[in-house]
Design a protein around this ligand. Structure first.
Ligand code: GAP
Length: 454
């Protein structure tokens, strides 16, 4: 994880929040490459969940919601972690994450000092809205995006004439006052979720639950994730959230071990039932195709962390490889590297890579830079591009490998003569000559046909 964190900072993926003030725990900033990567991951999910499904629509609900929402959802009462403090070293622990013997003996796992009694700690951030800081002005930062979907479910049925089964997808920020924030961006206080709520007829929920598990698994396969680093974990009775009848996590083998990446939950009619009760509004679905049958739909939820997906994709893509000298040159006229060269490379899927294609003139002089700039201007409309003319070509390839750029285009002296350029592939480091006029179409077809080889 140290290597991942350091590369992420060095290359402008992720920085510590407020670093010049010593940093803010549980919060991170996404730099130029990080924000591109995050946007692409969000884009891939959005496409998968909305564009590829005729019956799933999008929503962007507010972070601040009526405080009754969180009473209805059960978060005010149940969204708690058990907390203990060490009276001596002042460390704070989640009681369910320290050894049982320490808890029983009230002994700090770090310093051996005395632990406090376990108390419940609500994870919601509470603040005030308006000028008066009294109980009437309390408002919460949402701890999940899901509730924004539930309170809008009737609006969406009416405005978009949705018929069950249908889904609503949303990407947005969520906030949790996490007791333990470690492992880089894995568990943070401010993070982003990508959630889809699928509304189904009661009795069909188990079928849809199985279907969504299948679809979410296939999604990661499509992104070229190492499938032997993914597994399912079914929640046992004491792990199930207060709203769930059944729940499975997709876990990923992160550097610190197997951890939750995404959850698929059968939330039953719990949420809409509770919102009916707390709002006094009738949230039943009226099935006009079926004698106006009325029922509260069951909800199957797929809930993935966007920022946690970014960490997973980063870890999954990370590799260190030995490079043979011939794979290091810029074609016939490039400078070769040394025999014991290593490269750090991020094998991002080209649909996710922050930069899709980098354009590199072999030399700045003799008009090569102008041709390269020209090519960049042509490709810009269709691809995220970068331009780099400084340093030996091998070193420039290395920089692009570290950024996870799947294609490099090198302009050399032959380009001046016959209008061809070198297209270099990140994963294989193979190079082919391509007529400049065919470059854009070639890159497009390479992206479509991309299969991860390492
Ligand atoms: N709406 C259901 C829900 O929020 P969850 O299992 O609490 O379920 C879903 O969260 C996903 O959100 C997790 O699988 C994880 O990817 C992400 N997530 C949850 N808490 C997080 C945190 N503190 N930091 C980063 N990601 C988090």
């Amino acid at each position: 994880m140290e290597k991942i964190t350091s590369l992420a900072k060095r290359r402008g993926f992720v920085y510590q929040s407020s670093e010049i003030y010593g940093g803010q725990n549980g919060a991170w900033d996404y730099g130029p490459l990080g924000v591109e990567l995050k946007n692409r991951i969000a884009g891939a999910w959005w496409k998968e969940m909305t564009r590829l499904h005729d019956n799933i629509v999008g929503l962007d609900a507010a972070i601040l919601m009526h405080p009754r929402t969180w009473e209805a959802s059960g978060h005010v009462e149940n969204f708690t972690d058990p907390l203990v403090d060490c009276k001596k070293c002042k460390s704070r622990f989640r009681a369910d994450q320290i050894p049982q013997e320490n808890l029983a003996a009230k002994k700090c796992p770090d310093c051996g000092g005395e632990l406090t009694d376990t108390r419940k700690f609500n994870l919601m951030f509470k603040t005030h809205i308006g000028p008066a800081e009294d109980t009437a002005s309390i408002i919460y930062l949402r701890p999940e995006t899901a509730q924004g979907i539930y309170v809008n479910y009737k609006n969406i049925i009416q405005s978009n004439r949705m018929k069950i089964p249908f889904g609503i997808a949303q990407i947005g920020k969520a906030f949790r006052n996490e007791i333990v924030t470690k492992n880089f961006i894995f568990r943070t206080c401010e993070f982003e979720q990508m959630e889809m709520q699928y509304f189904v007829k009661p009795g069909t929920d188990e079928e849809w639950f199985a279907e969504w598990r299948k679809q979410r698994w296939a999604y990661y396969e499509k992104l070229g994730i190492k499938m032997d680093h993914l597994r399912w974990h079914q929640h046992g009775p004491d792990e199930l959230a207060h709203y769930a009848k059944d729940a499975y996590d997709i876990e990923y083998l992160f550097p610190m071990g197997w951890r939750e990446l995404e959850g698929v939950h059968n939330r039953t009619d719990y949420d809409l039932g509770r919102h009916t009760q707390f709002s006094g509004k009738d949230l039943q679905y009226i099935d006009q195709d079926n004698n106006n049958e009325r029922y509260i739909p069951y909800i199957i939820e797929t809930s993935a962390g966007l920022t946690r997906n970014l960490l997973m994709i980063f870890c999954d893509a990370y590799d260190e490889e030995q490079v043979s000298p011939d794979k290091n040159s810029g074609g016939s006229e490039g400078a070769a590297g040394s025999a014991d060269d290593w490269r750090t490379v991020l094998h991002f899927h080209p649909d996710l890579a922050p930069i899709t294609v980098a354009i590199l003139p072999l030399m700045k002089k003799d008009g090569l830079a102008e041709i390269a700039q020209d090519i960049r201007a042509e490709l810009k409309e269709d691809y995220a591009t970068d331009y780099d003319q400084s340093g030996a070509i091998g070193r420039r390839y290395r920089r692009q490998d570290e950024a996870g750029t799947p294609f490099c285009v090198t302009v050399d002296y032959q380009s001046k003569e016959d209008g061809t350029v070198t297209l270099r592939f990140r994963d294989s480091m193979e190079q082919v000559r391509v007529p400049r006029a065919e470059l854009s179409a070639r890159i497009r077809s390479e992206i479509k046909a991309y299969k991860r080889i390492k």
